[in-house]
Write a protein of this length. Sequence first.
Length: 426
Amino acid sequence: MKTKNSERLFEESLKRIPGGVNSPVRAFGAVGRTPLFIDHAKGSHITDVDGNRFLDYVGSWGPGILGHAHPAVVEAVQRACVDGLTYGAPTKKELQLAEMIHEAMPTIEKVRLVSSGTEAVMSAIRVARGYTGRDLIIKFKGNYHGHSDGLLVKAGSAALTTAVPDSKGVPASYTQNTLVALYNNPDSVKGLMEAYPGQVAAIVVEPVAANMGVVPPEEGFLAFLREITRAYGTVLIFDEVITGFRLGYGGAQQYYGVEPDLTTLGKIVGGGMPMAAYGGRAKIMDQVSPVGPVYQAGTLSGNPVATTAGIATLEILRAHPEYYGEMERKGKQLAEAFRERSRKRGEAIWVNQVGSLLSAFFTAGPVRDYGSATSSDTGAYARYFGQMLENGVYVAPSQFEAMFVSVAHTDEEIQKTCRLLAGDGD
Ligand SMILES: *Cc1c(COP(=O)(O)O)cnc(C)c1O
């Protein structure tokens, strides 16, 4: 595989951009390689600047559910651009998208459009605090909610204590209101809720964890979170930035039948443009300025071009409910191919798969939380990554990310990937 052009661009980028990339996982550090610079993408494939063409299972980390550059989305965006790129004033499209979001997820009675998932979660937490008049929040170890200060935390040294920063530049005082519980572990949540009664504003959770690799909620876990938050007057926030419009048109809340108070959306909702959203019960959302006392704003919030991309994407998904079953079937086929690989090669592999999201962990498993996820052999993952890349398949350059199936992956392409996964030769 020729990588001369990517390598040259990376070298130049290192001089002008920290690490040569605008988001850390793009650096390929976890798999000991230099990143491929992408030239263009179409459907299920991306092509790099050396002309290598890959079957893509990253899909820009989630937005690409229709595949790249879907003609209807591109055309709508091109038309929208002609009408102006931004106005800083309300538009009909924002209302249209808000209605579509509500229709997909009826728990979202009112919604605010923002520009990134980070901003959505940060804002939802502020609203929950404003609504409850409480400061503390609970998050789960291994769940990712963007890079805002109070969420870049690791657990404190003792159970039941507040978190400590997981990044330089975050003052310890900014993380003192964050508590860390263990995913799929109701007792850890109960312990914190009992230790801080009447003080927890919100529990924020990825309903399917997808940022430590894919780790689904165990039977009853989300329902437990619903019950305990209700009992304590705590706001339940589902961070559906990945799962929204992916597990089904109604997201994880529909898939599992558990209703959160607030939901954050991103990735798919922007149709490939920088857009995200947070919303939920009207009573809570009416805390937001200008109706309420919680301030949140954005120059490019509800940007007309991004809103257009989101609407066009959701319109296609809404018109094709069968897509979800098809993607789930393909996800299952890939999961089975990993299991076959494990049997044939005697490689320890544990697969978690929900709908079009899956992860193969290079460990015997089961993987049900952060501890078991991080028991994976990242060296084995790096070798698998290299094997895939050399054979024209682009998967996440990290063990702790999801594999994303899109509508654009054909049966033939899935079969080809399955053969490659399960095959004996490298
Ligand atoms: C990607 C992601 C975010 C952050 O979104 P950005 O748009 O990258 O800021 C938040 N929560 C979850 C669950 C995510 O997967």
